[in-house]
Structures are given as C-alpha cells and as structure tokens.
Design a protein around this ligand. Structure first.
Ligand SMILES: Nc1nc2c(ncn2[C@@H]2O[C@H](COP(=O)(O)OP(=O)(O)OP(=O)(O)O)[C@@H](O)[C@H]2O)c(=O)[nH]1
Ligand SMILES: [Mg+2]
Length: 246
C-alpha cells in the first residue's frame, strides 16, 4: 500500500500511548449479564459454576499476558493490574484493552462447557472493557478495596433479598421494599433471625470475590470457598482478601 495515493489514510490513525510508569488496570465486565444469567439459568444470588468460569478465563488471560501481576473478580467483572514498568504493545491503549478483553471473552466461551456441561450456550456472550491509569500504589490499593467493598455490599444485599424470596415467600417487589433503607446490620439480622444464616461463614468467594496473584506461593482455586491454603500449579493464587505487595 505504501506509495499509493491511498496511503495517506494511515495518518488518520492516531497514536494512543498510556502514560509511562503508571499502574494500568484493565476491567472487563459482562455485557447484559442480567439477561445472560437468566437465559442460562444461573443460580441466585451466586452461581459457583459461573464464578469458576470467570476465574478460569481470568487465569488464561494471566497466562497469556505475563505483565499482569494481579487480578480481582466478582460477579460478571474482572480487573487486571499490569505492573508499572510494563511495555506491553508499547503501552498502546487500544491494543492492550482490546487484546485482553477479547482474550477474556474467547476463554469464557472456550471453557463454557467445562463449567456448564449440561447447559447449551444460547448466544455469544460479550464483555466491555476499560483501562484506568493509576499513578501511585495508594490509588491502586484503593481501587481494589473499592471493588471488594462493592462485592461485599452487593452480595449482602443479594443474599438477603433472595433469602426473603426463596425462603421467606416474599415476592421480589416485597423483598425490595423490605430491604429499603436497611443498613448492613439489619440485613445480617434478617438473615440470622429469620433464616438461621450466619453471613460470615458463607463461602469467601461470594463475600470477598476472587484474587489471582502471580507468585510462587499458591492456593488452590477452590480453596477460596473455605479460605484454606494449599498449592496449585500455574503460579496463581486465589485468596479471600486483596493482598498487594508492589
Ligand atoms: N443469578 C446470577 N446472576 C448473576 C451472577 N453473577 C452475575 N449475575 C448477573 O449479572 C449482573 C451483573 O451486573 P451488571 O454488570 O451491572 O449488569 P449487566 O446486565 O451485565 O449490564 P451491563 O454491564 O451494563 O451490560 C447482575 O446484576 C446479575 O443479574 C450469579 O452468580 N448469579
Ligand atoms: Mg455487566
């Protein structure tokens, strides 16, 4: 193409480098997963198969991109942190974002049948993605703390909501209004006094999300459910709490 009269169009492609020497966080999020989870019969409020499929896709992404040192997942989202000095694709924004989002999506589809052996994939799921650039460790730690706080808030709400519906016989509208204006303590009380559920002993993967760390010490992916440590191949760590050592 070079040298033709058409070649000038190339100059319309703009460079899009991400700021050097900053932490990069790529977050992918399932597109329309409210519908997707309904169509595919995900259990409410948490479907272990779906969470493990997300973790599996994230592990594949980490194996494909060694610059990712930490990942955190909950619900239909996963955040990947690339280290500060990463030079992947010369730090081109669109290249990094689309490659990771695309790899995650195809890995999700690729491993679908291993996690949902009896559920046909009805249509192609997709994920959106964004890159956020953080200048210091403080923002990065706060970022992951924010996502984990979100996991906790959503899970406590959803667990109480579905207990009221499934076990308390309330309609979804009634459960909504029962929970309106309640704080965390009230939800713990409803769960315990009405349904005998001690929220704090529910699987950690539901309450705190999944963490994958690149490192020597590892725990088995399933261990996040009961917080036990063990060893696994692949150099991946799944723990119940965000631990980040720069
Ligand atoms: N039943 C069930 N649903 C889940 C589970 N994990 C995620 N979901 C669904 O996925 C949704 C994720 O939230 P959002 O990302 O805000 O909703 P979304 O429909 O994907 O919308 P967009 O991300 O804006 O496209 C939840 O609201 C649930 O409906 C699960 O384990 N069980
Ligand atoms: Mg979503």
């Amino acid at each position: 193409m070079a040298g033709t009269r058409f070649a000038y169009v190339r100059s319309y492609e703009q460079p899009d480098p991400l700021l050097p020497n900053t932490f990069l966080v790529v977050r992918v999020d399932g597109h329309g997963f409210h519908r997707f989870s309904d169509t595919h019969g995900f259990e409410k409020p948490n479907d272990m198969r779906a969470l493990e499929l997300m973790n599996h896709a994230a592990k594949d992404v980490m194996e494909a991109y060694p610059d990712i040192v930490l990942a955190f997942g909950e619900s239909d989202e996963f955040s990947f942190m690339l280290h500060k000095s990463c030079t992947l694709f010369n730090r081109r924004h669109s290249k990094i974002l689309t490659s990771i989002t695309s790899h995650f999506t195809s890995a999700y589809v690729f491993h679908w049948s291993a996690h949902f052996p009896n559920t046909r994939l009805e249509y192609p799921p997709s994920f959106d993605g964004r890159v956020v650039v953080y200048p210091t460790e403080r923002e990065v730690k706060d970022y992951f703390a924010w996502r984990q706080a979100d996991t906790h808030i959503n899970n406590l709400y959803n667990t109480t909501f579905w207990a009221l519906v499934h076990r308390g016989g309330l309609s979804t509208a009634e459960a909504h209004s029962r929970l309106k204006g309640t704080v965390s303590k009230n939800k713990h009380e409803i769960l315990f006094s009405q349904f005998g559920i001690n929220y704090n002993v529910l699987p950690a993967i539901y309450r705190k999300g999944s963490v994958l760390l690149r490192g020597e010490t590892t725990t088995t992916p399933g261990a996040a459910r009961d917080g036990q440590e063990g060893s696994a191949e692949g150099g991946m760590l799944l723990i119940k709490r965000v631990k980040y050592t720069p």
